[in-house]
Design a protein around this ligand. Structure first.
Ligand code: PMP
Ligand code: GLN
Length: 386
């Protein structure tokens, strides 16, 4: 019998992040596409990692995460959001936020369930939902500010809704939730069994003096939420892939059942290094917002003389630009042209939507050294209006 393989994810190809990074390399372009810093993690953290290896932290750590790191995560959650959590029953270290997201969905969403996903959305949610034979119900964010339309969310809730996914600061748009949003969400879910998955990987990158509204701050929401974050964004070490999930004991117990067979445990030396970093410099993440706000403002100033229209950036490390004054083509065509002809890689927005909208927006990452931002802006300055 010939092997016939029916794909479980027929619509999935290579992610737009990998595609644009490969094109950037091929065309020797300035890479403002895939979201990763082109500068190093703090020296202290790199030294701690090398020391952890030298000190023999090289065998399987506890599956749920090194105790010292889970304790630091619990301290941080209490200090930032006023929520006390038990590191043994409510904190799990995972291989990046991506693993925590997959494990949370796989552990709680069953065949036939519905999961509400705001549209556009970060790319890993929907495939994880579909692998459970569940259905993603996409609710469009409001245009042009990408705020949540809670009335539309309310209309999307059905007896089959198992989970609702929020992401603040939001990738790809940079929109952030405020305290009123969290109250609205709590109100909508009050008499339902719906679980919240809150992707907060950019939690420390919120601008203009605003405080990040973690669902961990909100008693009612925290009681039904997986709160997921990542050290990759906070310590400029996206390649280490260390994330974590904070959730009440019953949710954590289910998440751990999947985590234990998905990866069992996560790279031990980095866990020890991060535990040391958090213990010795618990305030470190507090300067991250100012650090990235300065980059945001520098990048915006560099782009000010181009025909690109700059959208507001309340959080995260991406600048959305409206390129309609330059070319009236779809965003896939524009981003391919830009990387090939202008030598700048950005990420088109359409892959984040259920169906490509008629918008002319490109995402540019400003988590880059000044030299990279200047080089990118110099090339973008050559753009001429049509
Ligand atoms: N969620 C969002 C919104 C992200 O932007 C990213 C990565 N950039 C992730 C999750 C994945 O994080 P990690 O690399 O820790 O898996
Ligand atoms: N999250 C990063 C971004 O938005 C990319 C991560 C990845 O390549 N999977 O660009």
């Amino acid at each position: 019998m010939r092997m016939q393989l029916a794909s479980k994810l027929p619509a999935v190809g290579t992610t737009i992040f990998s595609v644009m990074s490969e094109l950037a390399a091929k065309h020797n372009a300035v890479n403002l596409g895939q979201g990763f810093p082109d500068f190093e993690p703090p020296a202290q953290l790199r030294d701690a990692l090398a020391r952890a290896v030298a000190d023999g932290r090289n065998q399987y750590p506890p599956g749920i995460g090194v105790g010292a790191l889970r304790e630091q995560i619990a301290h941080k959650t209490a200090a930032m959001y006023g929520r006390n959590t038990n590191p043994d029953t409510e904190v799990t270290v995972t291989s990046g936020a991506t693993e925590a997201i997959f494990a949370a969905i796989a552990a709680t969403v069953s065949a036939g369930d519905e999961v509400i996903v705001l549209d556009p959305a970060y790319d890993c949610y929907v495939p994880a939902i579909e692998l459970q034979n569940a259905t993603a119900i996409r609710v469009p964010l409001r245009q042009p500010d990408f705020a949540v339309d809670w009335q539309r969310v309310a209309e999307a809730i059905s007896p089959r809704t198992r989970m609702l996914i929020v992401n603040s600061p939001h990738n790809p748009t940079g929109a952030v939730l405020d305290a009123v949003d969290l109250d609205r969400l709590a109100e909508l879910l009050r008499d339902t069994p719906i679980i919240v998955l809150s992707d907060e990987v950019y939690e420390h990158i919120v601008f203009d003096g605003h405080a990040h509204q973690s669902v961990a701050r909100h008693d009612e929401l925290a009681a039904r939420s997986f709160v997921i974050s990542s050290f990759g964004k906070t310590y400029h070490c996206t390649g280490w892939k260390i994330g974590y999930c904070v959730a009440p004991p019953p949710l954590t117990a289910e998440l751990r059942k999947v985590h234990q067979y998905l990866t069992f445990a996560t790279f031990a030396p980095a866990q020890w290094a991060l535990a040391e970093m958090l213990a010795s410099e618990p305030q470190h993440h507090l300067q991250l917002a100012d650090f990235y706000q300065a980059k945001r403002d520098r990048f915006r100033a560099l782009l000010a003389d181009t025909p690109l229209i700059l959208r507001d950036v309340p959080g995260g490390y991406f600048q959305l630009v409206d390129y309609s004054p330059i070319r009236d083509v779809d965003d896939a065509t524009f981003s391919q042209w830009l990387v090939r002809e202008v030598g700048v890689a950005g990420v088109p927005l359409s892959p984040f939507f259920e169906t490509s909208p008629d918008i002319r927006l490109l995402r540019l990452c400003f988590a880059k050294s000044d030299a990279t931002l200047v080089a990118g802006a110099e090339r973008l300055a050559e753009l001429k209006p049509v």
